[in-house]
Every structure is written in structure tokens, then in C-alpha cells.
Design a protein around this ligand. Structure first.
Ligand SMILES: CC(C)(COP(=O)(O)OP(=O)(O)OC[C@H]1O[C@@H](n2cnc3c(N)ncnc32)[C@H](O)[C@@H]1OP(=O)(O)O)[C@@H](O)C(=O)NCCC(=O)NCCS
Length: 162
């Protein structure tokens, strides 16, 4: 897993979801503008096989259960897995799983440096939502967000009272 760099070849990438395939073409610009950090798995020819994009954000507590809200009524800080996609030819071989684990690890690092409660993703459709749930994320009551409480994923460092 490496940050997307100028040497990576994105020309043949196709994940089957046109908006996610297209977005990879804008990923360098997003990085330059600090609106996302993009990470890729590439083959020996530097062809991108999978990518993820992380941003910092927040979400309304309204659709979150109390365990995820932690008693807060203000917006909940989170690391958003804004995009996650695997090239069609390489799907179902564990790359999505690898990208998700990497995103959790990076979100835990963010939590060490700046308060953030969740890693979350907006599933693009029902299949994606089921995939995130299969990987252990919970869905909000409105189904618009899948999330993981970082405190449950990180090594304990304080009493878990909320
Ligand atoms: C969703 C996506 C990222 C998954 O990546 P992947 O590399 O194909 O998935 P993995 O190989 O890591 O995971 C496969 C596992 O998920 C399961 N799985 C696959 N699709 C599933 C689904 N829709 N619902 C539940 N489980 C599913 C498989 O049975 C397998 O289970 P296992 O880990 O217990 O063996 C990929 O299919 C993709 O890029 N899709 C198009 C874009 C997209 O929908 N992105 C989601 C973010 S919006």
C-alpha cells in the first residue's frame, strides 16, 4: 500500500462503478489541494489495482446509536473513507479487505493526534453497504453511513466509559 504518486498508471483502472473509476483521474488534483489522501495497491508495472481516499470530516449524531455518539449532541468527528475501489479483474481477491484494514490503521493514527471517534464510509449502493457490514462496520439507522468506532479497533489507552 503506497500513497498515489506520479509514477502510477491509472489508465486501465476500471472498478465497474463509473463515478469511482472516473474519480481516480482527479485524485492527483485532490491530493495537491489537500482535499484527500489517496492510497493505492499497484502491480509490478505500477498499474493501479485498487485505491482508497481518506478525508477528515464529521457527521450528525442523529442517525448514530448512543455508543457511537458517546453522549455527544454536536457533530461527531470522523475519518471518512471517501472512496474505495478495486479493479474488476482483481475483485474478490482480498484487496478491498486490505484497503479497509489500511484505512482503519490510518484512522487510528489520526485519532492519536486529533480527536476523532469513527472511521466511516458512504456506501454507494446496497451491495457496498452489505460488503462493509460483512467486514464488521455498522450501518446508521438511515443506512447512509457505515462506521466503525475507532476505540473498538485501537489498542486500549483509556477507560472505556462511553
Ligand atoms: C466493494 C469492493 C471494494 C470490495 O473489494 P473486493 O476486493 O472485491 O473484496 P474482498 O476480496 O476484500 O472481499 C471479499 C469478501 O467480501 C464478500 N463479499 C463480496 N461482496 C459482498 C457483498 N456485496 N456483500 C457481502 N459480502 C460480500 C466475499 O464473499 C468475501 O468474503 P470473505 O472475506 O469472507 O471471503 C469492490 O468490489 C469494488 O471496488 N466495487 C465497486 C466499487 C464499490 O462498490 N466500492 C465500495 C465503496 S462505495
Amino acid at each position: 500500500m503506497t500513497p498515489l504518486g506520479a509514477n502510477h498508471d491509472i489508465s486501465s483502472f476500471d472498478c465497474g462503478a463509473p463515478e469511482l473509476t472516473r474519480w481516480l483521474g482527479q485524485a492527483h488534483t485532490a491530493q495537491e489541494r489537500d482535499t484527500a489522501r489517496v492510497f493505492v495497491v499497484a502491480d509490478e508495472h505500477h498499474r493501479v489495482l485498487a485505491y482508497s481516499a481518506l478525508v477528515v470530516g464529521s457527521t450528525s449524531p442523529r442517525s448514530l446509536p448512543s455508543r457511537a455518539r458517546g453522549g455527544l449532541s454536536a457533530d461527531i468527528p470522523m475519518v471518512l473513507l471517501g472512496r474505495l475501489a478495486v479493479d474488476q479483474a482483481h475483485q474478490r481477491s482480498g484487496l478491498g479487505d486490505l484497503m479497509l484494514i489500511d484505512a482503519v490503521r490510518r484512522a487510528i493514527e489520526v485519532r492519536e493526534r486529533a480527536g476523532t471517534r469513527l472511521l466511516a464510509a458512504h456506501p454507494r449502493d446496497e451491495l457496498a453497504r452489505r460488503w462493509y457490514e460483512h467486514k464488521g462496520l455498522a450501518s446508521t439507522t438511515d443506512g447512509r453511513l457505515c462506521y466503525l468506532r475507532l476505540r473498538d479497533a485501537a489498542p486500549p489507552r483509556e477507560p472505556d466509559t462511553r
